[in-house]
Ligand binder design. Structure first.
Ligand code: OSB
Ligand code: MG
Length: 374
């Protein structure tokens, strides 16, 4: 498989409702859609870097730069036998996993379409459906949070994650727990604490939570280890697990007891599968995180989350939870048992609504090998 042309679309899509976390409030979601061409057909990948460097250092702007200046020239001229060749090819580029993962995803979609096989079966997933939950942003007050949670429960979501930050942790979580004593509930701090301030989270240990996600800084495996030793509730790492090596080290030092896997955060599906395999061999449950993806990234998340080590519901909600109008013709809906069905068509199993894509594209570039010959 040789890539003859790449198109990168910078998208800005309005969210159905603002999404607020400890690092900021989003009204629109920016992302990059990467289209890779070979043998007259194309595959699509989504780069999940956001407009601001709040969740991670990458942004749509840095990913655009790294893709155009450094990743694209490496890709032209290579004959891929598998998308799994990609991580080694781009390993000379330090960091920038989201930029890399966006292009890798397009290779998976393309390879699947060329070989008439779904990405789900390429990655080794078997389940037809995947258990999912919903991630609920910070609300104005605990009462409003309980109302929003009630609506999602009415929609059929059987697992709720709420965002927390200092001063909006024990009160918010306690309000939801008192309103719904039996639901599957977890919290996500997105690195808003340090080892000192995280002591205020100790009451959460009596709220029967599935996990506490990423309380401390991304580069702070060691303090997560200390914190985990103070909690019965499993600590789950998201931002901190940036590679297979970090996953191994986190498990070796007991910095977490559950791992959130996002292909975008770890440089692509290939690395995501490796982290899954490692955690599975150590008996550590994993689950699939989300980045408010379009239908393209959502399809990839579903394929990945159908691997056997994904033991907890994913942050993979119905399309209508995110966007009024998505860029895929297919929209994902919640099944009555709080699952979403994994696409079965070749590649990612989704098709692009070109009109919607054009509507949300704020910037576009087309690249070929000639752009790099001099
Ligand atoms: O930390 O899991 C996170 C969204 C954007 C960036 C980071 C996170 C999230 C979510 C939403 O929690 C998950 C989703 O439904 O896509
Ligand atoms: Mg998270």
């Amino acid at each position: 498989m040789k890539i003859t042309k790449l198109a990168i679309h910078h998208l800005s899509m309005p969210l159905v409702s603002p999404f607020e976390t400890s690092f900021g409030r989003a009204v629109d979601r920016e992302s990059l859609l990467i289209e890779a061409f070979s043998e007259g057909i194309s595959g699509f990948g989504e780069c999940v870097a956001d407009r601001d460097p709040g969740y991670a250092y990458e942004t749509s702007g840095t990913a655009w730069h790294i893709l155009q200046e450094f990743i694209a020239p490496l890709v032209f001229g290579v004959d891929f036998s598998s998308p799994q060749d990609f991580p080694d090819l781009v390993s000379p580029i330090r960091g920038h996993p989201m930029a890399k993962a966006g292009l890798e995803m397009a290779l998976w979609d393309l390879a699947g379409k060329l070989g008439d096989v779904s990405v789900q079966s390429m990655v080794g997933g078997k389940q037809e459906t995947v258990p999912v939950g919903v991630s609920v942003g910070l609300q104005a007050c605990p009462e409003e949070l309980v109302d929003v949670v009630e609506e999602y429960l009415a929609d059929g979501y059987q697992r709720i994650k709420i965002k927390i930050k200092p001063e909006r942790d024990v009160g918010d979580t306690g309000a939801v727990r008192r309103a719904y004593p039996d639901i599957l509930l977890q919290v996500d701090a997105n690195s808003a604490y340090n080892l000192g301030t995280a002591q205020s989270l100790l009451p959460l240990d009596d709220m029967d939570l599935l996990l506490i996600e990423q309380p401390l800084a991304e580069d702070d495996l060691w303090d997560h280890r200390t914190l985990q030793s103070n909690f019965r509730t499993p600590i789950c790492l998201d931002e901190s697990i940036i590679s297979l090596r970090h996953a191994r080290q986190a498990l070796e030092m007991d910095a977490c007891r559950i791992v959130n896997i996002k292909a975008g955060r770890v440089g692509g599906l290939t690395n995501g599968i490796k982290i899954h395999d490692l955690c599975r061999s150590k008996g550590i449950p994993v689950w699939c995180g989300g980045m408010l993806e379009t239908g393209v990234g959502r399809a990839a998340n579903l394929a990945l989350a159908s691997l056997p080590g994904f033991k907890l519901p994913g942050d993979i909600s119905a399309s209508s939870r995110y966007y009024q109008q998505d860029i895929t013709n297919e929209s994902f809906t919640l099944n009555p048992d709080s699952t979403i069905t994994v696409p079965q068509d070749p590649g990612l199993g989704v098709t692009i609504d070109r009109r919607a894509l054009d509507q949300y594209t704020v910037k576009k570039v087309i690249l070929t090998a000639e752009d790099y010959s001099n």
